[in-house]
Design a protein around this ligand. Structure first.
Ligand SMILES: Nc1ncnc2c1ncn2[C@@H]1O[C@H](COP(=O)(O)OP(=O)(O)OP(=O)(O)O)[C@@H](O)[C@H]1O
Length: 318
């Protein structure tokens, strides 16, 4: 860890003093792990960023996934002897895989992102516009590193959030073809479908010696949820705490209420919504019900969720 910070700081100093020296001598060695199925197949954007990284003096090795699990395996095998930065080129699910590979690997490598997904919540958290190729490349090449804390749910790490209840069922049920064709609209369609068929079983959160009851619970590491929508205003990637949103309402009325409050950034202001801060918790509900982490199903209930021992160095824009 100290080694990676030192190396990144050195690169940082070099750029402030002498751009040319950084481009030739202190350029970051990047492993780009690309999920070609993420988002609406934005390969052009990925290639443009890679080209710019090379112009900025970085060495770039690109690997493409062919199936779920590849990104994790590639990241696990990446050593600090060969790379300074692993760049997750995909959506938040790809970032999640890369991070799980990094924490299982030898360490000493930082994380960066080329956001190509549907929601790109991590990019939003660090103020990176997915369309701004120049800024993405500059961040990867020269950006500072921040230490971020991860969550872990039943042994699986997550960067942004882990949720149980309707949202996990929506993630599990969303039509992938529709998601590729329409992006976020597919989640709206699936939420509407689920609102009529889902029976909203009770979800309990045991944390800080208390038991909280609701119908949906989301343990947030980041502030944003599903897009540029703030669900947990007090959450921070850099904080070793989880902010847990517990939503009690059921049925179509509840889904509409929360579905309207979220884009207005008013979710946590609703009187019945509880937001608690915790380092660890147990989320219970129907045994085997899905738990989504960073937008993919990562575990089943009951879920033990806590702040992970491991941290990650995340490259952010200057
Ligand atoms: N080559 C591949 N073929 C099929 N699935 C893949 C491949 N590579 C990665 N995956 C899986 O694709 C899933 C979705 O990826 P990702 O989340 O990055 O994109 P997205 O769903 O379009 O974006 P977002 O999370 O922003 O909605 C992840 O679960 C990942 O494990």
């Amino acid at each position: 860890m100290a080694q990676v910070i030192q190396r990144l700081m050195l690169a940082q100093t070099m750029i402030q003093t002498d751009n040319h020296t950084l481009a030739t001598a202190q350029a970051r060695r990047c492993l780009v792990i690309h999920n070609p199925t993420a988002g609406r197949r934005r390969k052009k954007r990925m290639l443009a960023v890679v080209e710019r990284l090379r112009e900025l003096g970085c060495t770039v090795t690109a690997m493409q996934t062919t199936q779920r699990g590849d990104a994790e395996a590639f990241a696990r095998a990446a050593s600090a002897d060969d790379y300074d930065v692993i760049v997750a080129a995909g959506g938040d699910g790809t970032v999640n895989e890369v991070v799980n590979g990094m924490v299982a690997g030898t360490g000493g490598v930082a994380l960066a992102v080329i956001p190509l997904g549907t929601a790109n919540v991590l990019a939003l958290e660090i103020g990176l516009d997915p369309k701004d190729e120049e800024r993405i490349a500059r961040a990867i090449a020269h950006g500072p590193a921040r230490t971020i804390h991860l969550g872990v749910a039943n042994g699986r790490h997550f960067v942004l959030m882990a949720g149980a209840g309707l949202d996990a069922h929506v993630v599990e049920g969303v039509n992938i073809a529709l998601k590729r064709a329409t992006g976020k609209l597919a989640y709206v369609v699936e939420s509407a479908k689920q609102a009529f068929g889902y029976d909203f079983p009770e979800i309990t959160v045991r944390a800080n010696g208390e038991i909280y009851e609701g119908r949906m619970a989301v343990a947030c590491k980041g502030r944003y949820y599903g897009g540029p929508f703030i669900a947990a205003p007090g959450a921070s990637l850099e904080s070793p705490k989880l902010e847990v949103c517990i939503l009690p309402k059921t049925g179509v009325a509840g889904v509409m209420r929360y579905g309207l409050a979220l884009p207005m950034n008013r979710l946590s202001d609703l009187p019945e919504v509880m937001v608690i801060s915790a380092e660890s918790m147990i989320i219970q509900g129907p045994r085997g019900a899905p738990l989504q982490g960073d937008g993919d199903i990562v575990a089943r209930l009951p879920a033990e969720i806590s702040i992970a021992r491991e941290t990650v160095q995340l490259i952010v824009p200057e």
